[in-house]
Design a protein around this ligand. Structure first.
Ligand SMILES: [Zn+2]
Ligand SMILES: [Zn+2]
Length: 340
């Protein structure tokens, strides 16, 4: 089978590999489409170090072609999405119900071969069925939607809540839609990209904000739009300025959910006195514990406008050059499509 093998940081080639085989309790999936994620760029350039060689790709949609073992029969021929994160189920974190914090977590496309190939193997319980008529490119969105659902679960949005989302990439634009589904009364998106702000308004944002020259100005612009105060801020930009502005934005007693990934080692100044007296709740959101199945349901039912976020499809052959280049302006999501 053809596969994109990363052999060293910045060095990826399309090569012929023996197709993997599925053992009992596993599924062999013919990959139809795999989304390209920000973390794939980090893996590609080496800022997220992983064991190499590796076939990356963790946002996978495809057809099950083999599922040895009686329990797998109903899956053969079905379109599935794979939850890439595989917990050990035995460590203290797994046993207390936090599989995403597993001490021995493995992940498809990160610590074992993933979806930038014609076939991939996974434990059967990682596969979740999607409708046969769902375009495979949209099926790749289940993984990022599942991670966003984790953040939405932690945000505590209630019907009528005011929500601010920092970041106008694919994650911010999914969070915006999920916050609206959750019943938010208003959702404001903060992005420096004009195309993202325009798209956000089309997707139902009640307003958009361009970041100011400093975090104080950004927070003041948002407060100007929400005089009664912001209930929840979801930070998906992953920059120090966005973090600082995010903590300055909520009303007293409000919440900040951290989703954007800042570089390891980066520090940000905070004023504990201010955080305490505003009784701010600040929570991280990591991976997708117990949310992949719900994400598959949402995507399968067409509850999200994902086709507006799919801005580019490429062939597997083009992946090395696309991963090696900067994202094109206005590009939201790129998906690798396998034609077969
Ligand atoms: Zn991803
Ligand atoms: Zn574990």
């Amino acid at each position: 089978m053809r596969a994109a093998v990363l052999s060293a940081p910045g060095s990826m080639e399309i090569v012929d590999l023996p197709a993997p085989t599925a053992g009992t309790g596993e599924v062999l999936v013919r990959v139809e489409a795999t989304g390209m994620c920000g973390s794939d760029r980090h893996i590609y350039v080496g800022t997220s170090p992983v064991a190499l060689p590796l076939v990356p790709g963790h946002e996978i949609c495809g057809i099950v072609v083999e599922a040895p073992g009686a329990a797998g029969d109903d899956l053969v021929g079905r379109r599935v999405t794979l939850d890439p994160n595989i917990p050990c189920r035995g460590c203290p974190a797994c046993r207390r119900g936090d599989p995403h914090l597993c001490e021995h977590l493995s992940a498809i496309g990160v610590s074992r071969d993933g979806g930038f190939a014609e076939y991939v193997v996974a434990p059967r319980e990682q596969a979740h069925v999607l409708p046969d008529d769902l375009p495979a490119a949209l099926g790749t969105f289940v993984e990022p939607v599942g991670c966003c659902l984790r953040a939405i679960d932690r945000a505590g949005i209630r019907a009528g809540s005011s929500v601010v989302v920092f970041g106008g990439g694919v994650i911010g634009l999914i969070m915006l839609q999920l916050a609206l589904l959750e019943g938010a009364g208003e959702v404001i998106l903060v992005s420096g990209q004009e195309s993202s702000r325009t798209l956000a308004e089309e997707l139902g944002a009640s307003g958009t904000v361009t970041p100011g020259a400093d975090p104080e100005e950004t927070a003041a612009r948002i407060r100007g739009l929400v005089p009664h105060g912001v209930d929840v801020v979801i930070e998906c930009a992953g920059t120090a300025d966005a973090f600082t502005a995010a903590t300055q934005t909520p009303r007293r007693g409000g919440a900040v959910i951290l989703f954007g990934v800042m570089p390891s080692g980066q520090k940000v100044e905070v004023e504990p006195h201010d955080l305490l007296f505003r009784e701010l709740r600040i929570e991280g959101s990591f991976l997708n514990p117990f949310s992949h199945a719900r994400a598959a349901g949402l995507v399968g039912a067409g509850r999200l406008r994902l086709e507006r976020l799919l801005t580019r499809t490429i062939d597997l052959d083009d992946l090395p050059s696309v991963l090696g280049a900067l994202p094109r302006p206005g590009d939201i999501k790129t998906v690798v499509l396998n034609h077969s």
